[in-house]
Design a binder for this molecule. Sequence first.
Ligand SMILES: NC(=O)c1ccc[n+]([C@@H]2O[C@H](COP(=O)([O-])OP(=O)(O)OC[C@H]3O[C@@H](n4cnc5c(N)ncnc54)[C@H](OP(=O)(O)O)[C@@H]3O)[C@@H](O)[C@H]2O)c1
Length: 321
Amino acid sequence: MRIVIIGGTGFIGQAVLRECLMTWGRELQAVVVTRRREGAELFPIWQQPFVWDVSESPPPPSLVDGADAVINLAGETVAQRWTQSAKQRIRDSRVLTTRNLVESFRQTARPPKVLVNASAIGYYGDRGDEELTEDSPPGEGFLAEVCQLWEEEALKAGEFGVRVVCARFGIVLGAGGGVLERMIPVFEWALGAKIGNGRQWMSWVHVADAAGLVLHAVMNEQIKGAMNVVSPNPVTNRDFTRALARAVGKPAFLATMLSVPTFILRMQLGEGASVLTASQKVLPKVAGETGYKFIYTDIEEALREVVHRRQLISLAYASTI
Ligand SMILES: NC(=O)c1ccc[n+]([C@@H]2O[C@H](COP(=O)([O-])OP(=O)(O)OC[C@H]3O[C@@H](n4cnc5c(N)ncnc54)[C@H](OP(=O)(O)O)[C@@H]3O)[C@@H](O)[C@H]2O)c1
């Protein structure tokens, strides 16, 4: 099983690679495409690094020729102040990377069987209490526009007989990356609070299910087009705040009484505050219809696992120094 992962060095990429190793073991040939030359020698033996900036130019066709799957998870973080140049990096690192990747498919005699390309539930914009599935139309705003362009580029791989899945990730919860790396320390200091009135919907997914769903898409030929990578139980920001305070062992009533005013977030993050304030009640229709069994469906259980794992990682780290 030959799998090429662009952005495989990242939070979701590493989880996907672990899942691939558990699924295919010795049959797995994993190529991790990274822009970073330094440190490539430290990759685990079963992950073959390939140094290339796919946002700059199409990779050599030999990289993707005959691959069983190509998984593209590259993208500049959206967790920053959205200046004009940051917005350009956010857009280009997704849209141009995908365009160049598809161009490399054009140049090969044996294009990959499937492309699982990252997208995000940002596609739906800010939608209040509306229940959103893969069939729902896109929303408005910068992220919604980027997601549409990103998906359009990925879907062009269909011209070369490649099955394309656009994995619309929700808020991915796990140790070692994503939003919780910033939120947990704040909650551990008992400084956690809901955002605005806390009524906005948060569509979350545990990283184990995010990786599980990427592999589900690789293996399941029925899946084509958009697939929401979210748990079946979105929660309001207020319920998320309560669950996170409980998971770190701090009083939940305080966190849910206090709130971070949205104007302060806008002052700090500009338009980027929309990542925290937008309401998206997204459901995993495709995952459900194709028989994916979620490991985590309960927010409290998912958050407790992440807090516990972070403690284990810091204990293991402390014992090595
Ligand atoms: N985590 C979430 O909650 C979440 C939610 C929705 C969507 N997503 C999407 O899922 C994908 C993976 O997310 P993640 O959390 O794993 O992200 P991550 O940890 O930040 O990893 C993304 C990878 O993209 C590459 N990258 C970063 N900036 C880049 C740039 N300017 N140009 C080209 N490549 C760049 C990096 O690889 P190298 O440095 O090795 O090249 C990095 O390892 C992203 O596209 C993200 O938008 C994530």
